[in-house]
Design a protein around this ligand. Structure first.
Ligand code: KIV
Length: 294
């Protein structure tokens, strides 16, 4: 049996082996991530952009997130896992935009919906101003992951998807935000789109693991988006993405080969077809196999 990763176990990894997180949005993706032995699967609200075709993450709702979280949870539950040496990943679901901005009651109810769908922790964006929401979710016994720096749900407020923390005040503000999230009880903090030295300052300042994306090598862990790692998304290549496969190109080649075979009547072959027993075919006055495949 593989060991189950938990929020306290992730927290205890501070200063230890780097923590690996990848996004997934459906059961097959979750099974692949589990079999690869990642520590955490994030059902990210990047769902909106990489799966649902929107231009930003603001379009997805709690119902959308719950739907995909449930698929990921089923995928992990039915996966064969990565063997005894690797953990069963912790499933973290993103609270989408406007699900934790209106009231504490709303926030806790929305976090609960994601937990009932299969999440074992939730993530939300923002620093000091989110402390009351973080505390109320933790009060309801749900682990919370913070997310600061380039927070995609603030795309309009930031004036685009821009690297954050580039001047002295902004860098110091990120440290203060991280300390506030740690104090509020977050078990880890995503640092997105910040200069590597600032990520190092933040990582050194807090006692919980920082998980970087576009935040350089000094974070306690790293996260990438599933479709970026596998080259399923090939339109935009942010500099922080390393592609480990070219699945979009492979998929297009495979689908083209299928289309060619159908058009040339090479698919399906005789051994890819079901056949009647000879007696039944004869009784129906049908052609024999030789005639069929000719
Ligand atoms: O939604 C997402 O994929 C994320 C990661 C970029 C951390 O929040």
């Amino acid at each position: 049996m593989s060991k189950k990763m938990t929020a306290p176990a992730v927290r205890a990894r501070k200063g230890g082996d780097p923590v690996v997180m990848v996004t997934a949005y459906d059961a097959p993706g979750a099974r692949m991530a589990d079999e690869a032995g990642v520590d955490m699967i994030l059902v990210g609200d990047s769902l909106a952009m990489v799966v649902l075709g929107y231009d930003d993450t603001l379009q997805v709702t709690v119902d959308d997130m719950a739907h995909h979280t449930a698929a990921v949870a089923r995928g992990v539950a039915r996966s064969s896992g990565a063997g005894p040496a690797r953990p069963n990943p912790l499933i973290v679901a993103d609270l989408p935009w406007m699900s934790y901005h209106v009231s504490v009651e709303d926030t806790v109810r929305n976090a609960a919906q994601l937990v009932r769908a299969g999440a074992q922790a939730v993530k939300l964006e923002g620093g000091r101003k989110r402390v009351p929401m973080v505390e109320s979710i933790i009060e309801a016994e749900v682990p919370v992951m913070g997310h600061i720096g380039l927070t995609p749900q603030s795309v309009h407020a930031m004036g685009g998807f821009k690297v954050q923390g580039k001047d002295v005040d902004a860098a110091q503000a990120l440290v203060d935000d991280a300390l506030a999230l740690e104090q509020a009880g977050c078990f880890s903090i995503v640092l997105e789109g910040v200069p590597d030295q600032v990520a190092r300052m933040v990582t050194d300042a807090v006692h919980v693991p920082t998980i970087g994306i576009g935040a350089g090598p000094w974070c306690d862990g790293q996260v990438l988006v599933f479709h970026d790692v596998l080259g399923i998304e090939d339109r935009i290549t942010p500099k922080f993405v390393r592609r480990y496969a070219s699945l979009k190109a492979d998929a297009v080649a495979a689908l083209s080969a299928f289309a060619d075979d159908v058009r040339a009547r090479r698919f399906p072959a005789d051994d890819e077809s079901y056949h009647l027993a000879d007696g039944v075919a004869d009784a129906l006055g049908l052609y024999g196999a030789a005639t069929k495949s000719a």
